[in-house]
Design a protein around this ligand. Structure first.
Ligand SMILES: Cc1cc2nc3c(=O)[nH]c(=O)nc-3n(C[C@H](O)[C@H](O)[C@H](O)COP(=O)(O)O)c2cc1C
Length: 394
């Protein structure tokens, strides 16, 4: 059992620098964010569906993967860059696919995009962003993937049209796991249904907050004010069927990535329907409780689709070692969700910059431990998967 379990207070203290008091790990940033956020806001972000078994399994499945240290390899120079859908990226990490960032810090989605650009990362641009895409392109540069949670055809077509016109938008990422919105009427789900209360609370916390999608500028572009005022977010109906993906494809030449794939069957269907990539994700345990951890299913999905599609990993990533493990199994990149909120809540853009720097340093060190000088060398030889999957020599 690790020191964190035996001595929780000592473990928590070890997450902070003795010299500066600043967090040294993502856990440290979470602890700091928890102190700075209103308790309901923290619970909303940290929480998940039901008994939160899926959240636990996300961590357990990542923790169960072991690194295979190597020695006497010259790892003095290490290159963390890769390509994602043919696009060069300095880091195999992506972020900006989660909503309500403006509730946490006024820099919101724009701040996330600026930090991503600074680190040479590809960033999500949410359809319900609080900033116009033109502004994000002008101030952050990109590259971006348009992130869609489908509410209704009109809104989806509208934002895809915008993405088509902007140079920096390189893909459309459709979230496919929001078949219902937080269904179990427990206290956490109830809190999630109260955006107005959250906004009031965050104002008390002296934070700027959009009330909900209705006030987001993206829905104001080219629309008469009356229409916008009458616009209400629909229940999350999503696109409904695989067949309707053809409609989405008819709207754009950009590659389409599906976020929220958790089964071999759906991964194969994504290939069959001409998608360019899939994000293996359970939405950080916020939609379906009692599901497997994302790392429980990543190996079988990678094995099933081979090189026919790019596979990305999301849900539970809390360190650069987690990123390393996902890449070693066969993911092209890993997404971070809650750590983005922790960085922003702790210290705005600067806090998020530190979060990314921590992940980068940890990934770099994991590569050194396992004898890798570049991302191509990060393969299943570098890890040991738990029984019954074995260690996968390639
Ligand atoms: C507060 C919050 C809001 C989110 N909003 C969205 C969203 O609008 N669209 C989406 O695809 N995923 C959304 N997600 C899910 C994240 O993109 C990501 O899949 C999840 O957080 C990954 O799990 P992790 O936080 O454990 O890393 C949200 C997550 C959180 C915590």
């Amino acid at each position: 059992m690790g020191a964190g379990y035996e001595n929780p207070i000592g473990y928590l203290l070890s997450q902070f620098s003795r010299a500066t008091g600043e967090p040294k790990t993502i856990r440290g940033y979470e602890a700091l964010a928890r102190r700075r956020l209103h308790p309901l806001m923290y619970a909303n972000i940290a929480g998940g569906e039901g008994r939160e078994l899926t959240i636990g399994r996300n961590r357990d499945s990542l923790d169960a993967v072991m690194l295979n240290p190597r020695c006497l390899v010259d790892v003095s120079a290490r290159d963390l860059s890769t390509t994602i859908l043919g696009q060069k990226a300095d880091l195999p990490i992506m972020m900006g696919f989660s909503g309500g960032l403006g509730l946490i810090d006024k820099s919101g989605e724009l701040g996330v995009a600026r930090v991503a650009a600074k680190h040479g990362m590809i960033s999500g641009a949410l359809m319900h962003s609080s900033f116009r895409f033109e502004q994000m392109e002008a101030e952050a540069g990109g590259p971006f993937w348009l992130s869609i949670v489908h509410h209704d055809d009109r809104a989806t077509a509208h934002v895809i049209d915008q993405a088509n016109r902007l140079q920096s938008f390189k893909a459309v990422c459709l979230t496919v796991d929001t078949m219902v919105q937080g269904g179990v009427p427990d206290r956490k789900a109830a809190r999630r249904g109260l955006p107005l209360k959250q906004a009031i609370l965050s104002r008390k916390n002296k934070m700027w907050a959009p009330l909900n999608d209705m006030t987001d500028p993206v829905f104001h572009v080219g629309e008469p004010a009356g229409e916008v005022l009458n616009w209400r977010p629909q229940p999350l109906t999503q696109l409904q069927t695989w067949e309707r993906l053809k409609w989405l494809q008819s709207l754009t030449d950009l590659p389409i990535v599906l976020k929220g794939i958790m089964s071999v069957e759906d991964a194969k269907l994504a290939v069959q329907y001409g998608c360019a990539g899939i994000v293996v994700s359970n939405h950080g345990g916020r939609i379906v409780d009692e599901a497997p951890g994302a790392m429980n299913v990543l190996p079988e999905i990678v094995d099933a689709v081979g090189n026919s599609i790019e596979v990305y990993f999301d849900s539970g990533v809390r360190s650069g070692h987690d990123v390393f493990k996902a890449l070693a199994v066969g993911a092209r990149a890993a997404f971070i969700g809650r750590p983005v909120y922790w960085g922003l809540a702790a210290d705005g853009e600067r806090g998020l910059d530190c979060v990314v720097t921590i992940l980068k340093r940890e990934l770099d060190r994991a590569m050194a431990y396992c004898g890798c000088t570049d991302i191509a060398a990060v393969t299943r030889r570098c890890i040991r998967l738990p029984h019954p999957l074995g260690s996968y020599p390639d």
